[in-house]
Design a protein around this ligand. Structure first.
Ligand SMILES: O=C(CO)[C@H](O)[C@H](O)COP(=O)(O)O
Length: 230
């Protein structure tokens, strides 16, 4: 069998996922390289099948792509409901908990996901793991007081690192916040950690997406596998 590259696996699941989109739906559009394939495939379906779809984006990057493909868009605040959100993920555990935010879009992604009736994650096989924690956990923080939060995380043994952009400057999110990545290796109690992080003043959001996903589409070299989470 021909080995498929990671990119080919991402394309496979991106194209597969748009089969869940039905005419008339409001669809949350995630962020990242896998979602990019999905948005391309969705635009193609909208055009070829004359579908009436409203997209709700989760980042400036996805907005730019969707607009360039003429996908009609609305803000999360201007739609009554989101039928379905299709997004990528950085790590998914056996029990379908997730880490997201590798693309620094976790805040809008979580707002859209928690306002969606159904959430589908699309990933290549490398994102699946037994237990969460091998992917550094992104925490979005406001700049003021961020060094204090950093010290707290350090004292707790979370091995924090401020995320940098391509030019070596502190990475700014779409909301002009900063990202602290926590190098945890293993997350044994994700709900407890999520509650702790949410309780810290200055933390805007964290990348633990718990009890949120309904369906995961995983790209394997012999084809996509559809897993029902809840
Ligand atoms: O959470 C995200 C962005 O904040 C992405 O969904 C996640 O990083 C996966 O990205 P990719 O499809 O490029 O691997």
């Amino acid at each position: 069998m021909k080995m498929m590259s990671q990119n080919e696996l991402k394309k496979l699941v991106g194209e597969k996922a748009v089969a869940w989109v039905k005419d008339g739906m409001t669809v949350g559009l995630g962020t990242g390289s896998t979602v990019k394939f999905m948005v391309d495939a969705l635009a193609k379906r909208i055009q070829e099948e004359h579908l009436n779809i409203i997209g709700v984006v989760t980042s400036a990057a996805t907005e730019k792509q969707a607009r360039s493909l003429n996908i009609p868009l609305k803000s999360v605040d201007d739609v009554e409901k989101i039928d379905l959100t299709i997004d990528g993920a950085d790590e998914i555990s056996d029990d379908f908990q997730g880490i997201k935010g590798g693309g620094a879009a976790l805040l809008f992604e979580k707002i859209v996901a928690t306002n969606s009736r159904k959430n589908i994650w699309i990933v290549d096989q490398s994102k699946m793991s037994k237990k969460l924690g091998s992917f550094p956990l992104p925490v979005e923080v406001i700049p003021y007081g961020s060094k204090k939060l950093f010290s707290k995380f350090s004292q707790k043994g979370y091995a924090p690192a401020f995320r940098l952009d391509d030019t070596g400057q502190l990475k700014r999110t779409d909301s002009n916040n900063l990202i602290i990545d926590l190098h945890l290796n293993e997350i044994n109690h994700p709900h407890e950690l999520a509650a702790y992080l949410s309780g810290q003043v200055g933390v805007v959001e964290h990348g633990l997406f718990l009890d949120l996903v309904n369906t995961v589409i995983v790209g394997y070299p012999d084809g996509p596998s559809v897993l029902k989470a809840r």
